[in-house]
Design a protein around this ligand. Structure first.
Ligand SMILES: Nc1ncnc2c1ncn2[C@@H]1O[C@H](COP(=O)(O)OP(=O)(O)O)[C@@H](O)[C@H]1O
Ligand SMILES: [Mg+2]
Length: 393
């Protein structure tokens, strides 16, 4: 389990998620259109990905009279997958849905077929990436086959069981370029180096990440063997990183994306500039009462420790902070890539804290005000030390 194979990706290599993953727990389909090929006067072929079950489909419309609106397409695919599952208790074996084809003047209703996986699945481009050489192999590697009971959480993350542990697999998936994964690993590697060699931390282990940096650690880097027919074609590719399951994120705890920091996107059509609407009218759902001022103190301390170690998080927000299952602390889960328009970790942490203070049910208003003051200090001065003094009171 802990041998360290070298996992390579070269710029020309295409990456394809596995087909019909074994040991996957079914979730309500979450369908997205990935590409739409229209040929005037001809068939329309749409590539669709079910994120929840990590499966590709193709929707073919061979009749121009069939309406080709995006919502209709998503709903059609979702409906057929769900119906099959409800009837058979397993995901459909087919990957192609042909809607209303006219053959020899006759109308043939929806039919299903199974085409070669390579034709249906879209691959993503790989950036150059290698893990397991030149000393960047601090974390153990493990095979995808050993990652069990995978179940969709959100985006590219699956909850799963590995080595008897409750884990999360953050996968190289549509939304995850290898670059994102590389940064996730790099940040933790840097923290480990800093902790062990510069800060002389003897307790440099998984607990260190959570206790000192309030960051989800990497338990292992996951690979998959792909046999390509001949020995020379056999490849070992990276599937993602394994972290312990660290809890539910603040956005989910606060009632979901409608109440989230980004607000809801209420643009009418895709071409419009994204317009953000205010959250639904109050009262809003509140965050669990177990979250106290101490939780924010530890979180700010963790971010400060990371900043002193020269590491940036890059996307602090409600979705990337989780409350541990024992509710004792808040943990960062998403590090490395700096999101577009980001105003820095200090500012974003302040913003997250201000957002949270609008959603706590604390009786003591002074505590809320202290967290707000700390948040404003972080935003205006980037002052971790000052913020912590406010929170320690
Ligand atoms: N270690 C973890 N423990 C619990 N939940 C996690 C963990 N890692 C990720 N998640 C959940 O999965 C979601 C997506 O993971 P994240 O790392 O934020 O990916 P992305 O880069 O797509 O934003 C998070 O918002 C969180 O809800
Ligand atoms: Mg995230």
């Amino acid at each position: 389990m802990s041998s360290t194979p070298v996992l390579h990706h070269t710029p020309n290599e295409r990456w394809m998620p596995p087909n019909h993953e074994p040991d996957r727990i079914w979730s309500k389909p979450h369908v997205d259109i990935l590409s739409d090929a229209h040929r005037p006067g001809c068939d329309t072929s749409t590539s669709v990905y079910d994120h929840a079950n990590r499966q590709w489909y193709q929707l073919n419309l061979t009749d121009e009279e069939v309406r080709g609106e995006e919502d209709w397409k998503i709903e059609t695919v979702r409906k057929h997958i769900t119906e099959y599952y409800d009837l058979h208790g397993e995901p459909p074996p087919w990957n192609c849905i042909d809607v209303m084809s006219r053959k020899d003047g006759r109308v043939v209703p929806t039919s299903f077929e199974t085409r070669p996986y390579e034709q249906i699945a879209r691959s993503i481009g790989g950036v150059e990436f290698s893990y397991g050489e030149k000393g960047n192999n601090l974390f153990p590697t493990t095979s995808f086959d050993l990652v069990r009971q995978k179940r969709h959480i959100k985006w590219g993350s699956d909850r799963c069981v590995w080595d008897g542990l409750d884990c999360v697999l953050k996968r190289v998936d549509l939304s995850y370029s290898l670059e994102v994964m590389e940064k996730e690993i790099k940040v933790r590697t840097e923290l480990l180096y800093r902790a062990v060699w510069e800060m002389h931390d003897d307790a440099a282990d998984d607990d260190m990440f959570e206790q000192r940096f309030s960051l989800a650690p990497i338990l292992a880097v996951v690979y998959r063997d792909i046999s390509g027919g001949t020995d020379a074609d056999n490849r070992r590719v990276m599937m993602g990183i394994l972290m312990p399951y660290c809890g539910v994120d603040l956005q989910m705890l606060a009632g979901g994306w409608k109440y989230g920091m980004l607000g809801q996107n209420c643009s009418q059509d895709d071409n419009e500039e994204e317009e953000v609407c205010p959250p639904p009218p109050r009262p809003w759902p509140t965050l669990p009462a177990s979250i106290t001022k101490d939780h924010f103190e530890k979180l700010v301390r963790g971010a400060w420790e990371m900043s002193r170690a020269g590491v940036g998080l890059g996307d602090i927000c409600d979705e990337n902070v989780v409350l541990t299952p024992d509710e004792s602390r808040l943990i960062f889960v998403d590090v490395g890539m700096v999101v577009h328009g980001y105003k820095g970790d200090e500012y974003a942490l302040g913003e997250t804290m201000l957002w949270a203070m609008d959603r706590v049910s604390w009786e003591d208003q002074r505590e809320i005000e202290r967290v707000r003051e700390a948040a404003r200090l972080l935003q205006s001065e980037g002052d971790y030390e000052g913020a912590l003094k406010k929170l320690e009171k």
